[in-house]
Design a protein around this ligand. Sequence first.
Ligand SMILES: [Ca+2]
Ligand SMILES: [Ca+2]
Ligand SMILES: [Ca+2]
Length: 437
Amino acid sequence: MRIVSRGTRGLVAALVGAGTLAVVGCGEVASTQDATVAQARQEDASAFSQQVARLSGAEAPEDFVRSWLAKESGPESSLQSAASRERVAQLLRDWPVRADGKLDLTRAPLRLRELARGNAVEGSSAFNALDAKGRPLNLIVTAQADRLLLEEDPDTQAPTVELTAPATGSYVRATVAITANATDDVGVARVDFFDGTTLLGSSTVAPFTFSWNTVSQGGPHSLTAQAFDAAGNSGTSSVVNVEVDNNPPLILAGNPRLPQINQNYVRGIVGASWSVALQGGAPVALAQVFQNGTVLTSNPTVSGTTYSYSWDTRVLGNRSYTLGFQATDAAGNPSGIYNRTFIVDNTKPSVSTITSPVNGAVVSGVVTLAATAGDSQAMAYVVFEVDGVWLTPFATSYPYTKTWDTTGLSGTHTIVAIAYDRAGNDRRSTPITVTVP
Ligand SMILES: [Ca+2]
Ligand SMILES: [Ca+2]
Ligand SMILES: [Ca+2]
């Protein structure tokens, strides 16, 4: 065993890559008759070193490597496939250069992996090769007695590929990441993504993914991926069916439907509801009720397309609130928040007093009944009740008055004024009695 020249050792180290094949790179290895397998590989590597030294001849190793790779990537290459020649051309392009423009042989993009076949005794050692990122190159570097060769490693096994996202049966919207998991015995060169028979796009780097813009693609779609290795073998994934829906649900208000006199005042437990009109195929996945922007529930009662919620205002202060509703479909399209403003009033009117006639009066003809009434929020009307019967229409504005024709009503009558606020709370006045002669 001789120690090869310094320049050659540099070349071998470069081709091998530091640490990739630990047995290579040192020529000081003892030769024995009963070599172990590892020692045999050391012999092979050493022979390879010597081969390179012999082949490089008068050429500097840098020139030798450059011309060797240039030859193998060109028309004189022994490689049959254009893909393999391109891989060698890429090696040459990838090879780092030093400041002086020479190839930096200490930083090789081509690395030798395990011994593929042969040994020193046969005078031919073949190594599997890796690129700079450790991916199999589908090339075998062979050192023969008088030549250094690149050979194609025949690859006949197709890659396998499955789509990992989106999930089959899912609804999707906007830009969707279609992701594939692809494997190959040598290496996956490319994954193509299809919508039916339409090629959407390709990815050459794991994780294999494609951003699919679905904005104008509503409806059902069948997605597949096809993976290729460098030799052109391909495998196709199973179909993933998805439905594209880029349209948010529409919200229509339901209860409470308040009469005009209430304006938007509410009290007690308010039965609030909304109806949802779906747009696109995705059902509602999330329905939320909000109070002043805070979620009250994400689980309102649903019946068909109507969502309802019992809003308990009794625990709230008397003031204005927004009650909102939002539905998001299974594709992720949120409706706008449908907000309605309500004023909570759970307090009776503060005042209800009959001011005319006075208690015990004797009246006749057409009598004007009058009352004072007030509410901390907003008054709606005052009802004058005579002997339990309401006089209509009600007095809806201050001063609250109502005429009462006593003709033919001789006797004693009891009168009460009932004040109602906008929310429907009422306060009864102290009754008065009057006498019609
Ligand atoms: Ca393969
Ligand atoms: Ca939709
Ligand atoms: Ca009130």
